[in-house]
Design a protein around this ligand. Structure first.
Ligand code: HEC
Ligand code: HEC
Length: 292
């Protein structure tokens, strides 16, 4: 070990340590570092005393101020519920017509309804309710069961072919698979169905339309209506418009008739509150189906 001496370059003292000719300057820790070290240590101690800090097995040091984030959140949730109750109570007690004509309530319907719809319905019906293959559009005004708010609310409550005891049941039988119609009869009725919606038919299809008309009257009109306009009692869609759940091309129509269709719409009673179902029914009504 050497002795302390002055470093010729910096003019500072060295510590006197010497490692293979390299000497260590005796540079003190800057004041500002010491200051912040002291300040943060002090802050930490004060914080531990005042606020919840140290875990102690099953409990923790609660702090003198008694601040509890869990209580704060509970309080905030309660406050939000109270603020919501002001208008959810009115929604719960008002009729669909009264709400539809109340701009303030309809504002809440649009805001909250959109959130509820995005969270629960958009996976199947699309974010703007326009549906997709196998999932009907709720924005086209072409209803299976009916488009007034009360009917929509009931559909949401019990579902379609769902596990709810009061579920709406909808069944499009497998006419081909079930052996009820042979291939010719199906091709005939496919052509007829496509003529109902004014689609351009091939010559071969045109030749089948009148035979298909007879097949339709006998097998299909009971559910889809004599003119193919659909019936709400059976949840049978109109076949005479441009809205298709499964598709209007010859192939899709053939598949619908050959193999049948049975859409599943989950029921929401028990999973959504009655007020939320009411909000959603009104919100679905604003998607473009029936104007309001
Ligand atoms: C798992 C997919 C799925 C989810 C989620 C879903 N639906 Fe449906 N929904 C369907 C299907 C499929 C049908 C059509 C059933 C059929 O073909 O008979 C349908 C039908 C409907 C109908 C009947 C439309 C008519 O024309 O009468 C309404 C209304 C409806 N859904 C609203 C909703 C709302 C509101 C939600 C969210 C709370 C929702 N759906 C969530 C699949 C779903
Ligand atoms: C017992 C009532 C019932 C009978 C009878 C019936 N259908 Fe259907 N049909 C339905 C229902 C309900 C749906 C909707 C099924 C679903 O989405 O789950 C449907 C759906 C369809 C579809 C699909 C429509 C779309 O939007 O994609 C076609 C096509 C169709 N039916 C044609 C026929 C033809 C043709 C016949 C006669 C051979 C027939 N149906 C007989 C109830 C019936």
């Amino acid at each position: 070990m050497g002795t302390e001496k002055r470093d010729p370059v910096t003019g500072r003292m060295t510590t006197g340590h010497d490692w293979n000719g390299i000497q260590e300057l005796d540079t003190p820790i800057p004041r500002v570092v010491l200051f912040f070290l002291a300040a943060t240590t002090l802050f930490a101690i004060v914080y531990w005393v005042l606020m919840p800090a140290w875990p102690l097995g099953v409990t923790y040091t609660k702090g003198l101020l008694g601040i509890d984030q869990r209580q704060i959140v509970t309080q905030q949730v309660n406050d939000a519920a109270a603020a919501r109750a002001a208008w959810t109570d009115r929604i719960a007690n008002a009729s669909f017509e009264e709400i539809a004509f109340d701009d303030t309530l309809m504002h809440h319907v649009r805001e909250t309804g959109r959130t509820l719809f995005t969270d629960n319905c958009a996976v199947c019906h699309g974010t703007s309710g326009t549906g997709g293959p196998g999932f009907p559009s709720l924005a086209a005004g072409a209803w299976l069961w009916g488009g007034d708010a009360a009917t929509i609310a009931e559909t949401i409550r019990v579902g379609i072919n769902s596990t709810h005891p009061e579920t709406r049941a909808s069944q499009m039988m497998a006419f081909g698979q079930g052996g009820m119609l042979d291939r010719k009869a199906i091709l005939d009725v496919v052509a007829y169905v496509r003529s109902l919606s004014g689609q351009t038919l091939s010559e071969a299809e045109q030749a089948r339309v009148s035979a298909g008309d007879a097949v339709f009257a006998e097998n299909c009109a009971a559910c889809h209506g004599a003119d193919g306009g659909g019936t709400h009692e059976m949840g049978a869609p109109s076949l005479a418009d441009a809205n298709w759940i499964y598709g209007g091309e010859a192939q899709s129509v053939y598949a619908s008739i050959y193999g049948g269709r049975q859409g599943h719409m989950p029921h929401w009673e028990g999973r959504l509150s009655p007020v939320d179902i009411k909000l959603l029914a009104l919100y679905v009504g604003t998607l473009g189906g029936d104007g309001r």
